[in-house]
Ligand binder design. Structure first.
Ligand code: SF4
Length: 328
């Protein structure tokens, strides 16, 4: 039985990696059994930081759809669509921008951090669209009257802002929107091959769609316990990236691997090989599904069009209410 309605989205900003899969998509696949879920590929959000280079955006959207569908999101049970195919997101964003004090947007903690981060790598994002990112996110969520938003800890201030904007709207005009609640998702920590958090910007990612040989090559490059210099030195799995991946992909064998590492019964080369084979095995089903879908691009486009049609119906009904409430 559905507990409520969830909205969540991801930017189509490049290749999906295992951090995205283990940190978000796996959770969505579980949520689809409990909630009515609306999942959007938020391409307008991608423009907030990548407005200069839109050449690959259609390919990124298509790839993200392949990743989601092969990862187990069901396009019948969930509404899966591309944000820019439902223009009501833009209309609601505009209307909400009229009632949102500028200071509310400026104080979102991630705003200044990201502005600096991206500024440091030479991106000019001192734009209205970038500042308004959480406003657009608010529109995305409340357009569907979603009552639950699954987020990581760093996204909580965005949902808080959404709630504030909802309260402001509902106090100025006849109430239309419910206040969405945060559903804190405990994503596992997914390191990149160098041990830092997996991220495309660090170049340490393992692509989700990587073929077996690439998975094996990435596993070979993983950082191990730096104190373990020779094979007969005892190791410490708790500081080893390979071991963290064993916990993610090879749960049943972790106790044995940790013991063998500590007693130097297993060498790092073999340990990495074991991991790589587990990853290849676990991801092979997903990769087969992805290849099958990739061979039918028209079908993928139809799935997204079907999702957009269903999203548009809900969005249009909400916008009728909004326009009536605002006398438009
Ligand atoms: S044996 Fe495995 S767990 Fe231990 S340090 Fe080497 S790669 Fe890491």
């Amino acid at each position: 039985m559905s507990k409520g309605r969830i909205f969540s989205g991801m930017q189509p900003s490049g290749k999906f990696h295992l951090g995205n899969y283990l940190g978000a998509l796996e959770n969505w696949v579980k949520l689809q059994n409990e909630y009515e879920c609306i999942f959007a590929i938020v391409d307008w959000h991608a423009l907030t930081s990548q407005y200069e280079d839109t050449g690959g955006i259609q390919e990124s959207i298509h790839n993200m759809a392949l990743d989601w569908l092969s990862g187990g999101l069901d396009p019948e049970r969930n509404i899966i669509f591309v944000q820019s195919q439902v223009k009501e997101h833009a209309e609601l964003h505009l209307l909400l921008s009229m009632i949102t004090p500028l200071s509310w947007l400026e104080r979102v903690p991630t705003y200044k951090d990201k502005l600096q981060q991206l500024g440091d790598i030479g991106k000019e994002i001192n734009t209205y669209g970038f500042l308004g990112y959480p406003e657009l996110m608010t529109a995305d969520i409340i357009l569907y009257k979603a009552d639950t938003v699954p987020v990581g800890e760093d996204q909580i201030p965005h949902v808080e802002l959404t709630r504030e904007i909802v309260r402001r709207f509902n106090s100025i005009y006849p109430p239309v929107f419910p206040e969405p609640q945060v559903k804190l998702s405990k994503a596992p920590y997914v390191p990149g091959i160098d041990g830092r958090k997996m991220s495309k910007s660090y170049g340490n990612e393992i692509p989700y769609a990587a073929p077996p040989d690439e998975l094996r090559a990435r596993a070979r490059l993983m950082i191990t316990d730096p104190q373990r210099v020779r094979k007969h030195d005892p190791g410490n799995p708790d500081v080893c990236t390979v071991y963290t991946f064993h916990k993610l992909f090879n749960q049943a064998a972790t106790a044995g691997i940790a013991a063998q590492c500590r007693s130097a019964e297993v060498g790092c080369v073999d340990c990495k090989k074991q991991l790589a084979e587990r990853m290849v095995e676990e991801l092979s089903v997903i990769h087969a599904r992805r290849a099958e879908l990739a061979a039918h691009p028209v079908k993928v486009r139809e799935i997204l069009a079907y999702g957009a049609e269903r999203a548009r119906k809900l969005a249009a009904a909400t916008m009728e209410e909004v326009r009536a409430a605002m006398n438009l």
